[in-house]
Design a protein around this ligand. Sequence first.
Ligand code: FRU
Length: 465
Amino acid sequence: MLDGAVEKSNYPLSYHITPLKGLLNDPNGLIQFKGKYHVFYQWNPYGTVHENKTWGHVVSTDLVKWERRDIALAPSEDYDRDGIYSGSAVVHDEKLYLFYTGNVVEEDGTKNSYQCVAVSIDGETFEKKGPIFQHPAGYTRHVRDPKVWYDESDQQWYLIVGAQTVQEEGTALVYCSPDLAEWTLQGELLRAPEIEKLQQRGYMWECPDLIYLDGHWIFLYSPQGIEEVDNRYQNIFQSVYVTLKKEEDSFILENEEMKEIDWGFEFYAPQSFLSDDGRRIMYAWMGVMEPEMEQSMPTIAEGWAHALTIPRSLSFKDGILKQQPVVELEALRKDRSVFSLEQDWKQQLSSGGTELIFQFDELAEPFALQFLQTTSLHYEDHTLSLTRQRWLDQKMESRSIYLPDGLRHLRIYVDGSSLEIFVNDGAAVATARFFEAGDSFVTYKGKNKGLASCYELCGNDSFIR
Ligand code: FRU
């Protein structure tokens, strides 16, 4: 399968899931099925624009080494002829069920969407079974991205789907089913007046994911049309979470603050799944950009675009959703170099990726960490800032987060043109792409008590291509 534009890239990613060529966006259908992890993703195999969406497919036994599979789902029927949009997977009776949105553009240009299912016995080939319910009345055709799960406590299946009311406000609809075949609409996830308590509503909610984690119901979603507030919601579209309480047959808000899942630049459309050993693991698209930024990415000229984040294990404590790289990624570690944080140092970044761990003995004092020439992480006065140069117009731009309890720990995954920064054991995370040519190194400047470990990673062996 060596026809990949990604193979010859000047901005390669090694252990991240990328498309072989063309454009990748959301993670889809995350599941462990018959011992193997399956990751599907939105994929236009024919070009680097948002058209011709199929489900790309990779398989792994350990979340580290991946094998590419043929396209799992491609447009073929009246109900999905213009795109296999995002969705999810469940296992039932030893079969793998993929739920997705069929996208249809009518001759007059209006769009239609159908929530569909496809079934597989072997996890390799999928049989389409068609739409599973009628389009709900009172909502525009912006209904998409079904996420399905089984609820042990009331012994039935649930499906949540992103939607837009006819008043063009974002929402999510919940359906239930005894058997994955007959679906009944229960209503909106948050009914009036609950939904009005949200700080902002936006015009569409994409990729909803409702999870029960460490004793709390957490709703993760990607609302469009959210206004910037202080240093939050600064990207074109956001991915946020709120915590909920379950009432008789609906949910109310436990905490209406829409917390950003990631405070960096490129992070969108996260999806989580439960692994066989009970972990809640999340991937996201790295990530949505303003259209001009996307089309000026240096990889576009090479014929490919985007990647998924690394898999992150989720937990919930003290009102905060925490993300940690899954433990399996430690298998990527090769050589380790250790540096004192009391003096400046410089370290080469490896082509198979680099993992940096900063353990501060006391709360961190100001320091700067620079990646190549223009990308940097800076800490001062409880504020951590990530700055990079926009590849579209060379302007500098920053994202920052205020850390009320200071900075104790940092874990950073650098992979060619991606950065994933886990702050204070994953209590805050920033994700970004950056495109810089030249010598690849990281420089530390500061006077702190503590140590940094730099692991050279062997990500180059991650894909059996
Ligand atoms: C989110 C999204 C989804 C849709 C898919 C299409 O990035 O817009 O709502 O299903 O991408 O590729």
